[in-house]
Structure formats: C-alpha cells, structure tokens
Write a protein that binds this ligand. Structure first.
Ligand SMILES: Nc1ncnc2c1ncn2[C@@H]1O[C@H](COP(=O)(O)OP(=O)(O)O)[C@@H](O)[C@H]1O
Ligand SMILES: [Mg+2]
Length: 369
C-alpha cells in the first residue's frame, strides 16, 4: 500500500458544507443532497453542515432540516448517529481533525464565500484536509478579471475584454467598450457564477443597465465581446498531472445560458460527449489542462470554452473550481462518459484531499527537521 493510500482512514467522516451566503445557495443545497446520496454509507459517514444565506453555520441537526426542505428528498445518509456537531467556530478553534472527528471536508458551496478561497483558508487554518482547489486557485477561479489575466499571461486564447471598478468614469468605460469590443457584448460581475448578474447588451442603453445589474453583485465588472459559437466544457481532475475528460457541449435553451436555463426550466441541453472530431477533442483537452494550471487550480475544475468552428476555434470563457455536482451536472457526467462513475469520482476527490494534506505535512516536517 502506498503511504498516500494509508493516509485514508477506515470509515471516513466527511463533512459536507453546503448552502452559503452567495446567490447560488439553492444550487448548493441540491448538490449536497446528491453527493450525500452517492457516498457509500459503509465507507463514509456524512456530517452535514449548512451555511445560511445570512452566513450562520448550522450544526448537523439544523443542517438536516435545511436539507430536508430542499427540492430533493432527504437521503438516509443524513441520519447521523452519535454526537451533534457543535457551532462551526469549533473547527477553527481546535486545530487538527481530532476535536470534531471530521476526517475531510467537502466544500459544496458555489460562488463567493465558499468557492472563492475564503472557506479554503479557514480549512487550512484548521489543518483539515479538504476537496478541491486551495486558496489561490479558488480565488483566481472566482474572479473573472484575475482569471482572464492569468489566461492572458499564459498565452491562452480568449475573447477581448475590459474591466471596470464601481465609481470609475462610466462614460469613459462605455466609450471604450464601444470602441474596442463593439455590440453585442456581455457584461458580468467579476465574482459570481450561475449566470447571476450576467447580461447581453446590444446598445448603449442596454450596456448601462447591464453595468448596473452586474455592479449589484460585485465592485468589479467585466465586459467582453460576444462570441458567436458553441459552448464546450471539459472536466479536469487531479494535480500531478491534471487529467482532462472528454468534452461536453451546452446547447442553451434561451438566448444564452441563463440561470433559469441552468437550474429551473431545464431547456438547455447538455451533450456528453460533445460531437467534435478527434483533433478538436485533443486540442480542447490540452487547453483545459493549461487553463487549470494557469489559475493554479487543484483537484477539480470545469473549464468552459466557446468554439468558433470556422473562426478562431476554442476561446476560453471561464473555469469553475466547484462546478455543479448533481449526477446530471456536466462535471460528473463528463467523467462518467470518460470511464469514471460518480461514486468513484467522489472517492478520487477525497483521496486527492488526503494526498495534498499528507504532502504538505511532509514538507512542514522537513522544514522543522
Ligand atoms: N462573451 C460571450 N459570448 C457569448 N456568450 C457569452 C459570453 N459571455 C457569457 N456568455 C453567455 O452567458 C453565460 C454565462 O456567462 P459566464 O461567463 O459563464 O458566467 P457564469 O460564471 O455566471 O457562468 C455563458 O454560459 C454564455 O451562454
Ligand atoms: Mg459559466
């Protein structure tokens, strides 16, 4: 047995952190239910922890109630026996996993205060293994301005863009958008996801209201040239080296891939795998790994592209370090069609969390020696 494998305890107590303060609270709850159902109860004990929209951390019993009121049914796995978790402040107060008896944390929070490095920093301080990118990769992956800079610095293809901070000269920004990007363009908050606050603008009046809408969610906004192309997504897994799944394709039901399209009326179609020829598949997989590395991601990310078939080819849109994770979400589906079923994917992610924790502990040990 490798030293890494032996770092995996017998029955693993996995803390699912879900909900959260972002606009994607509901999405996170649906994901949490699906993940809890897929974790084999013989091997995992699930400790659910909910974060409310106003930022309160609820212990297991209240978390179960919150899950029960989500759209999906309450899974049996949430009937945790034994002690209830205390207020989550205890995680920070007691370094190491000993205090709570949690072996690994699975952050299932989308958007700010969860996917953006904040929770990851807390878990680093608490010295707990956790699934997914660390502080840096999470933060870069959440901020569309910094992410685009990282892509540009690594020579990766993307649409032309401009960014603006709240309070900057609005007319000057609009004039720059008209001069350098032209209409139609897309305006987005820098820190968000699930298409929240994203709009398409076809003239100055629409641009102005799109900026207002985006600024409601973040102090920074990004405007970018609209790309007329298909939407292709690739799932990346692992660190050393990261591996890319087969690509998938989103066929939006609305004018673009909106929040309602993603989660409510379900008109958007996800094709897994995407109909692309072999060379294109190889090309987009390689680009996905480069994008993942450019943002210093770890363990998992879904990398999203536009594909101008007869034009510029693949252009990066963004990556998500905690992608949608229900069994029908693109990330798990892409691994499924690439030969890794949902429960095995969760095992792999948990293993990666233990591996990183063990690697860091070894390095810290060497430093002290
Ligand atoms: N430059 C663009 N050209 C064409 N469509 C875009 C562009 N930017 C965003 N969109 C559309 O808006 C959706 C949401 O934008 P995205 O940048 O992915 O934000 P989010 O992080 O909220 O998912 C995309 O899936 C796509 O349908
Ligand atoms: Mg997106």
């Amino acid at each position: 047995m490798s030293p890494v494998a032996s770092a995996r305890p017998g029955r693993i107590r996995v803390m699912l952190v879900f909900g959260g303060r972002s606009a994607e609270h509901d999405v996170s709850r649906v994901t949490a239910v699906a993940v809890a159902k897929a974790l084999d109860p013989a091997r995992y004990e699930v400790v659910p922890v909910a974060i409310t929209t106003d930022g309160r951390w609820l212990h297991a019993r209240e978390a179960r109630a919150l899950l029960a009121s989500s759209r999906a049914a309450l899974p049996v796995a949430f009937e945790v026996e034994g002690e209830e978790l205390d207020e989550l402040g205890a995680v920070v107060a007691s370094p190491g996993s000993g205090g709570l008896g949690v072996d690994v944390v699975l952050p299932l929070l989308h958007g700010p205060y969860g996917e953006d490095g904040t929770l990851q920093g807390l878990l680093e301080l608490a010295d707990l293994p956790y699934v997914g990118s660390g502080v840096l990769g999470s933060a870069v992956g959440m901020d569309k301005v910094m992410m685009k800079r990282a892509f540009a610095a690594c020579g990766l293809p993307q649409a032309a863009y401009l960014s603006m901070r709240d309070g900057a000269d609005r007319d000057e920004f609009c004039a720059a958008v008209e001069g350098r990007l032209a209409y139609p363009c897309f305006v987005k908050p820098a820190n968000m996801g699930s298409s929240v606050g994203v709009s398409r603008a076809a003239d100055r009046a629409e641009l102005e209201s799109a900026i207002d809408r985006a600024l409601a969610f973040d102090e920074w906004v990004v405007a970018e040239a609209a790309v007329p192309g298909r939407e292709i997504e690739v799932a990346v897994l692992g660190d050393d080296p990261p591996e890319a799944s087969l690509p998938g394709e989103i066929v939006p039901g609305a004018e673009f891939y909106t929040y309602a399209d993603k989660y409510e009326d379900g008109v958007a179609q996800g094709l897994a795998p995407a109909p692309l020829d072999e060379d294109r598949v190889a090309e987009v997989r390689a680009l996905a790994v480069r994008a993942f590395e450019a943002c210093r991601c770890e363990a998992m990310a879904r990398v999203d592209f536009f594909f101008e078939e007869h034009g510029r080819g693949f252009l990066l849109n963004e990556l998500n370090t905690i992608p949608g994770f229900t069994p029908t979400s693109m990330y798990p589906r892409l691994w499924e069609v690439s030969g890794l079923p949902y429960p095995a994917l969760l095992d792999r992610l948990v293993d990666l969390a233990f591996e990183r924790h063990a690697r860091r502990a070894r390095r810290a040990g060497r430093q002290r020696a």
